[in-house]
Design a protein around this ligand. Structure first.
Ligand code: ATP
Length: 244
């Protein structure tokens, strides 16, 4: 569904991505791991059309999308839940969700949009309760639910999730991972960026490790969980104790 071929990207003189290649198959969930500044967000922005690649090719459903404006990429079916949620704080929860469907406003039956709104409320009952509340007054976890719900309202074929658990208490983060699992089980194709490598590798099918702009490792999640380098750099103490 998504094929990234030898993409390089810069911010002025700073090279953030170096010949990055990866792919995501339909119905698959792929995790992208890496430390701070590895280039994960830049890759998400390149895919969603928010940052132009300097070099390389980018195919979505067989179509070259490199350099297309973000709105076109979204209309083609690539949704994004950005890092830091970026909800519309002064607007109500309901308006945030409805705006998520704006690419469907023309030419689509309003009933379909309302049906999707209902399914988002089923997935996140708290958002139904809070639908009239200003989005900026929601808790961090609720804002993350709203950001996911808003992006689902565009009915994306591929969803890019950038650090959905960032800044959330462990229990709240667990809830978000349960939602991600649900999306995966429903067949949503997902590319997940996470610093919480353990949680990401538990839900994903495959993974890539990005280091200073380069893919240094890739494989089935099982293989990555068993990889000593991944255990040392990303999985923490208990893994080291089990495996060493
Ligand atoms: P984090 O986990 O901290 O969000 P990341 O893996 O998502 O990190 P990026 O945000 O993609 O990393 O950053 C990759 C590199 O590009 C870093 O060296 C970063 O400092 C640099 N960078 C990112 N955004 C900009 C910008 N707007 N201007 C200049 N340099 C930038």
């Amino acid at each position: 569904m998504l094929r990234v071929e030898s993409i390089s990207a810069f911010y002025g003189a700073i090279q953030a991505l170096r010949n990055v290649s990866l792919h995501v198959n339909p119905g698959e969930m792929v995790a992208l791991l890496g430390a701070n500044g590895a280039g994960k967000t830049t890759l998400m922005k390149v895919v969603s059309g928010l940052h132009p690649p300097a070099k390389g090719k980018l195919f979505f459903s067989g179509r070259n999308i490199a350099g297309l404006p973000a709105e076109r990429v979204l209309r083609l079916g690539v949704g994004q839940v950005p890092e830091g949620r970026q909800i519309f704080a002064p607007l109500s929860v309901l308006d945030n969700l409805i705006l998520g469907a704006y690419v469907r406003f023309k030419g689509e039956n309003k009933t379909d949009i309302h049906k999707d709104l209902d399914s988002i409320f089923e997935m996140f009952p708290i958002l139904r309760e809070r639908q009239k509340q200003r989005a900026g007054t929601l808790s961090g976890g609720e804002q993350q639910m709203l950001a996911i719900g808003r992006s689902m309202m565009a009915r994306p074929k591929l969803l890019l999730l950038d650090e959905p658990s960032l800044g959330l208490a462990p229990m709240v983060a667990n809830g978000i991972f349960q939602t991600i699992r649900l999306l995966r089980d429903r067949g949503t194709t997902l590319l997940l960026v996470e610093q919480n490598a353990k949680a990401a590798l538990r839900v994903a099918n495959r993974g890539y490790v990005l280091e200073t702009g380069r893919i240094i490792l890739e494989g089935e999640t099982e293989d990555l969980l068993n990889n000593k380098e991944v255990q040392r750099a990303y999985l923490g103490k208990e893994y080291r104790e089990v495996w060493e």
